[in-house]
Design a protein. Structure first.
Length: 128
């Protein structure tokens, strides 16, 4: 019984480390794409509370939202925010990594404005 408890603690630290690596990698890639002019908007990922109704069997117990803030120097329209989300959601490898690491919600927000958009990640995992 005690061994099982320790395994869960070790798994939690491993997952937390992997989640942090993915965030750092995403942010570095987004920063490079913006600096090189390949992306018109600077994106920065962080974690958020997530949407409780989007939970799945791999959802982390805390902070299940993968939140991306888009910095463009102006207020983005709902359609522009949607386009950013669809680009992220079209990357099957990224979506599967997010799910395996315990995220269940993708959130995209602009730097200005009161709204953002959310997607349930498992709907985009391309499971057969």
């Amino acid at each position: 019984m005690l061994e099982n408890t320790w395994n869960k603690i070790v798994d939690w630290f491993f997952d937390r480390s992997e989640r942090n690596k993915l965030l750092r990698s995403f942010n570095a890639s987004a920063r490079n794409a913006f600096v090189e002019g390949a992306a018109p908007t600077l994106l920065k990922a962080s974690v958020s509370k997530g949407e409780k109704s989007y939970r799945h069997q791999f959802s982390n117990w805390f902070k299940t939202g993968f939140r991306i803030e888009a910095f463009s120097g102006r207020q983005l329209s709902k359609e522009e925010i949607k386009q950013i989300g669809l680009v992220i959601l079209s990357n099957n490898i990224l979506i599967r990594k997010l799910i395996v690491l315990g995220w269940d919600t993708l959130e995209i927000h602009g730097e200005n404005g009161a709204y953002g958009l959310r997607w349930q990640l498992k709907d985009y995992a391309a499971l057969t």
